[in-house]
Design a protein around this ligand. Structure first.
Ligand SMILES: Cc1ncc(COP(=O)(O)O)c(C=O)c1O
Length: 427
């Protein structure tokens, strides 16, 4: 079934425009679900392509995509087919046995990246945990460092487990959760002098820098692309010192940047990198990739019950193959350029409100002036009223991360909705 047919069916289906079978109540939801999220008052129940519908039947253009996750949008025929096929065949078995779908997905990733080995898990945080563990074992057994230190960047984001909030260079994610995990040190992003200073100052007694964990483009930290020169110097330093270079590709990877991996924009390859979000197009899966030389794990040293099960890998493989077959990276580049041009035109109309449009492919940010009251959350709320879903990246950056299949017409519709939202806020 084509995406167009699916979209038409969804739009014309009997439920469209009507409430769900049991009316949704935010009160009973809030009484039963832990309040770890500040939610917008919107309950989504259906999607097709880049559109989603709420429980009242109202339609929205989805420029959030589960936060840079729904690579192929919603209810894509290739995913529907893969989910059906895999659930009927075999959905879960233990890693006590060989899992053919896991091997096929690993081979696809290896053929399409600089990686030699893959470990599968369920999320971005878990993939980064695996990378941290691998780097520590490598430090102890190969670099002979007793107390290895991992450098990470200010304004980074690496996940919500204890080790990954520690790796995350933002105090707001760490508050109340100390004692944090030892062995991390933070440096400013895109600042090579700071890296050089840290490496030399932290080399004391049993302590030494063993790895640098960094995003090729900082997503949550405000959609900030890495500098080519900085990353090339990082690579050089790591080559000279033996320090491992680890890239967190959880948000920017899997085609979102217009290239399959963010590091391709920077002209350097990591020793280890992680993926999640877009890899499964919305099915939970994470992966940690490494070069052969640093794959030091032995059986029993790392594991995950669900990691790499037939269901997640079968569906992720369908996502990867669809990306390639349909040449979706070209669409990401074209639509990304269209979106940035449109956002720049809007920003030019409001010079007192916006400072900059930046990003790669279909991960873009529109930054608000620091000294005005308006926040990214205000703009997101106004956009929801105009039928457009957006997400902040920090207090002052509005993030645009639509499905990678977004069309030219949909980008235009989103820009028009944003203009209306801004007009409603600035009048
Ligand atoms: C760069 C980056 N790393 C890691 C994570 C954590 O991923 P997850 O929420 O799947 O654990 C995120 C999530 O936003 C991310 O953007």
């Amino acid at each position: 079934m084509s995406l167009q047919t699916l979209l038409e069916q969804a739009t014309n289906s009997p439920e469209s425009g009507s409430a769900a079978s049991s009316p949704f109540s935010t009160d009973s939801f809030d009484a039963s679900v832990m309040s770890t999220y500040a939610r917008f008052p919107l309950a989504l129940e259906r999607g097709a392509g880049c559109r989603v519908w709420d429980t009242q039947g109202r339609e929205y253009l989805d420029f959030v995509a589960g936060i840079a996750t729904c690579t192929l949008g919603h209810a894509h025929p290739a995913m529907v087919e893969a989910v059906n096929r895999q659930i009927q065949k075999l959905h879960h078995v233990s890693n006590l046995y060989y899992i053919p779908e896991q091997g096929e997905l690993a081979q696809w990733i290896i053929e399409h990246s600089c990686a030699d080995r893959v470990f599968f898990c369920n999320s971005g945080a878990e993939a980064n945990e695996a990378a941290i563990k691998l780097a520590r074992k490598y430090a102890h057994t190969v670099l002979e460092i007793d107390k290895p230190i991992i450098l990470t960047a200010h304004a980074s984001f690496h996940g919500r487990t204890l080790a990954t909030i520690t790796a995350t260079g933002q105090a707001k994610y760490q508050k109340y959760f100390d004692p944090l995990v030892p062995g991390f040190h933070y440096v400013p992003y895109n600042d090579i002098g700071a890296i050089e200073t840290a490496i030399s100052e932290l080399d004391e007694g049993d302590y030494r820098v063993a790895a640098i964990l960094i995003e090729p483009l900082q997503g949550e930290g405000g959609v900030r692309p890495g500098d080519v020169e900085y990353f090339q110097k990082l690579r050089q330093i790591c080559n000279e010192t033996g320090i491992l270079l680890i890239f967190d590709e959880v948000q920017v990877g899997m085609g979102r940047s217009g290239k399959l991996w963010g590091y391709e924009h920077l002209g350097v390859e990591p020793d280890i990198f992680t993926s999640a979000k877009g890899l499964g197009g919305g099915i939970p899966i994470g992966a940690m990739m490494s070069k052969k030389f640093c794959d030091v794990f032995q059986p029993g040293e790392h594991a995950s019950t669900f990691g790499g099960n037939p269901f997640a890998c079968g569906v992720a493989l369908a996502v990867c193959q669809t990306l390639e077959r349909e040449n979706i990276l070209q669409n990401v580049q074209d639509r990304g350029e269209q979106l940035r041009n449109g956002l720049s035109a809007i920003a030019a109309k409001y010079p007192h409100h916006f400072t900059e449009v930046r990003g790669w492919g279909l991960i873009n940010g529109l930054e608000l002036q620091a000294d005005i009251q308006l926040t990214a959350a205000d703009v997101v709320k106004a956009a929801i009223n105009e039928g457009l879903l957006l997400v902040p990246a920090g207090p002052k950056v509005i993030r645009f991360v639509p499905p990678l299949i977004v069309t030219e017409a949909e980008v235009n519709t989103a820009l028009q909705a944003l203009e209306k939202a801004l007009a409603s806020l600035t009048v």
